[in-house]
Design a protein around this ligand. Sequence first.
Ligand code: ADP
Ligand code: MG
Length: 321
Amino acid sequence: MINVKNLSKRYTNIYAVDNISFNVEDGEILGFLGPNGAGKSTTMRILTCFMPATSGTATIGGFDVFKDSLKARQIIGYLPENVPLYTEMRVTEYLLFRSKLKKVARSDRKKRINDSMEQCGIDNVQNQIIGTLSKGYRQRVGLADSLVHNPKILILDEPTIGLDPNQIRQVRQIIKGLGEKRTVLLSTHILPEVEMLCGRVVIINKGKIAASDTPGNLSDQVRAGGNLSLEIKGDSKLVIDAISKIDNVAHVAEKNKIENSGQNSVSVYSVESKKNMDVREQVFNAVVKNNFTLLEMKKDAVSLEEVFHHITTNEDAGIKG
Ligand SMILES: Nc1ncnc2c1ncn2[C@@H]1O[C@H](COP(=O)(O)OP(=O)(O)O)[C@@H](O)[C@H]1O
Ligand SMILES: [Mg+2]
């Protein structure tokens, strides 16, 4: 649906987007994730025909965004970073105005406007002046606008930015619904958003693609070392000593003392292993050999947040999708 190949954009002295390539498949919600200044908005402006690239190509539903921009625009709904709403207009007035601009056939307009309002949960404020709406509702008006010409593809630039937690949940829920029938490219720097909405993520950092995979697979790659959490009964000094002697253990720390009584002490430990090593068996054996009691052993889940931190702060992380 969206095909980006070797795309670059240079501003006077920096490459905001530096030779990126990625695809968004039909029906997919792709998360375009990156810290501030990574190049997300720049990429989206190019894809929505608002700005030419310096080099490379991009097609939307088969239409080149430069050569066939009129056709490309017809199938794209775009929610820009700062939604330029006409704050003195009423919601329906604004959507009518936008639907005319987008050349929605006169006979379809009413239905399209009503459908868009319904999908974005703003039918109850349709006669209100936009300027009097809360930020969450204004964002929904922006979403309704992006839908009014019934596009197959939605390009949403940080749709929940600046909203309060309840508004964020509501807008996410709306996006989830919209994604059921459409292809969505969604930029964000909010991790839980990606985990909740996106089947796949492309991580962009300093204009370059740093990783691309499902949120789950990215976590697995970073998990490499496989941190363990252990609850052990035994003298904590001896426990730390025994576990840290295991070949592939990089580090052991006592995280939490639950009971403090000599060899009947109980503590929770975190164990970091050396890259890609599964040390569970050796840990188990060390516990048995030293007459400790293993009460619990589990792998720590790696959150997407850790993945993101790892990828965007560690240039040599070597994770490529
Ligand atoms: N019009 C512009 N002129 C010069 N530099 C720009 C312009 N727009 C963005 N940039 C720079 O390009 C980089 C990428 O910006 P942007 O695409 O807005 O990132 P993001 O949306 O990921 O936060 C940033 O370093 C930003 O300062
Ligand atoms: Mg941006």
